[in-house]
Design a binder for this molecule. Sequence first.
Ligand SMILES: C[S@@+](CC[C@H](N)C(=O)[O-])C[C@H]1O[C@@H](n2cnc3c(N)ncnc32)[C@H](O)[C@@H]1O
Length: 239
Amino acid sequence: MNRELSNPEQYSDLWNKESEFLESHQVYSQLSKMTPAGKALEFGCGVGNGTHYLSIDREVLSLDNNSQLIEKARDRANKNVAIYQCDFFELTEADKLVIAKFNPQVIVGWFIGGCGIDIFKRTKEEPDEMTKSKLYREKIEDIIVSPIVCLASVEYIHLVSRGNLAAGFSEAEIFEHTKNDYDTHVFKRVGFDVIEVKNINWPREGSEFQYGQAHNPNFAGGRTVPIITSIVAKRVKHP
Ligand SMILES: C[S@@+](CC[C@H](N)C(=O)[O-])C[C@H]1O[C@@H](n2cnc3c(N)ncnc32)[C@H](O)[C@@H]1O
C-alpha cells in the first residue's frame, strides 16, 4: 500500500520525518534563498521548517489544515509567523479576509501534497493512484493562481516540487522545458511568467517517505536523476 494514503495523524508523522530529513540536508535554507523578497503567503506549513527560513527576513502567513502539523509549526514559529488553519479547497469568506488583510507579495507552495484521505476526496475523477497525487498538486496550483488568493498585491509565485529528470539535459534546456510547461498550464492565463528554474539535489538515501510519482508519457527512458525543482514566476500583467 502506498504509505502516503494516510489519515491526517499518520500523514503528520510521515511528513515530520521527511521534512526533518530534508532539513538535515539544508534543503529549506537553500530554497528560501531562491524566494523573492516580500511578505509571503505559504501554502502548507508542514512542521514549519520552510516557514522558519522564509520568516528570517520577512513576514509569513502560512495556511494548513492539519492540526498536528500546525501545532508543530507553531512551536517553531517566531514573531514574523502567523499560521492559519483552513482548507485550500474550501476557503470561506473569513479565510479570504485573512489572506486579503495580510496583503501578500509572494505566494509560496513548496512540496505540495497532502494526506491520502484529502487526496482521494479531491481527485475522485482520477482512478490511477499514482496520478492522484499529481492531480492534487495541480489542483492546489490552480487555487494558488486563482483571483481569491493571487491578489493584485502578489508579484511572485515560488513553487517547489520533486521528481526524476532524464539525465543529460543542459540547464538552458531544462529551463525552457519547465517554463513552457508551467507557463502553458499554470501561469500565462493569470498574467505570470516563469523567470527562474533551479534544480537542486534531492537526497533520497535514508528517506522512508513513499513519493507518488506519476508516469510521464513524454519520457523516452534512460538514466534519471532525482531532483528538487524550484520555479519562480513573476507578474507581467496586472489585473
Ligand atoms: C508535503 S507537506 C509540505 C509542507 C511544507 N510546505 C514543507 O515544504 O515542508 C504539504 C502540506 O500541505 C498541507 N495541506 C495539504 N492539503 C491541504 C489542504 N487541502 N488544505 C490545507 N492544507 C493542506 C498538509 O497538511 C501539509 O502540511
